[in-house]
Design a protein around this ligand. Structure first.
Ligand code: FES
Ligand code: FES
Length: 207
């Protein structure tokens, strides 16, 4: 996994690691409370959520969903837990494998590396919403036709990533595919099939 992978989390809290350490020192002595508090850190007022549960409201697949979650809960755990959307898979749980890939404002992210609270205000799209009703998308259909999965654990993440990639690069070559999908791993080694999926969308041939 490259360090500059676009799916590494971007928080919108605006709190640096240094600020976080200072805030932690400030908040360690206060009792558990619900809702955000404002503390002063590094000369600025900073809203602090938790450590107890707070209301987290998300826009997932066009629906408004909310749950009471601790601020430490990841988007992946929120999706698979209270929101009952288990398409995104937890494999490494540390931003390395891509099995949990979802779209955040149209761009792929590792849901295991984004806090649910930080995803508020964004439009989240999961594998469950890529297809309309029971009809497979062309990318999904190609996964079936090219036998591009074995255990299938990596497949939802690959389908989300490949769908985004093919929208961005409608006519990719084999090198484009290797480069742009390098944020997803398949332990079963179905890479030839996955490359064939991407090339099949363009009428290209694998090299
Ligand atoms: S489970 Fe999120 S990147 Fe592996
Ligand atoms: S099909 Fe098993 S990990 Fe990819």
């Amino acid at each position: 996994m490259k360090d500059d992978d676009a799916r590494k989390p971007e928080t919108n809290s605006g709190v640096s690691r240094r600020d976080f350490m200072k805030i932690s020192a400030v908040t360690a002595a206060v009792p558990l409370v619900l809702g955000p508090r404002v503390v002063e850190a590094a000369g600025e007022e900073v809203a602090v959520h938790g450590p107890g549960k707070v209301t987290v409201a998300l826009n997932v697949n066009g629906k408004k969903l909310s749950a009471e979650l601790e601020p430490r809960v990841t988007l992946l755990d929120a999706l698979r837990g209270p929101f009952d959307l288990a398409g995104a898979k937890r494999v490494c749980d540390r931003g390395a494998c891509g099995a949990c890939t979802v779209l955040l404002d149209g761009k792929p992210v590792y849901a295991c590396s984004v806090l649910a609270i930080d995803a508020q205000g964004a439009k989240i799209t999961t594998i469950e919403a890529l297809a309309e009703s029971d009809k497979l998308t062309p990318v999904m259909q190609a996964f079936v036709e090219h036998d591009a999965q074995q255990c299938g654990f990596c497949t939802p993440g690959f389908v989300v990533a490949a769908t985004y990639f093919l929208q961005k690069h409608p006519k990719p070559n084999a090198d484009d595919i290797r480069r742009e999908l390098n944020g997803n791993y398949c332990r079963c080694g179905t890479y030839d099939g996955i490359r064939a999926v991407a090339l099949a969308q363009t009428g290209g041939e694998q090299s």
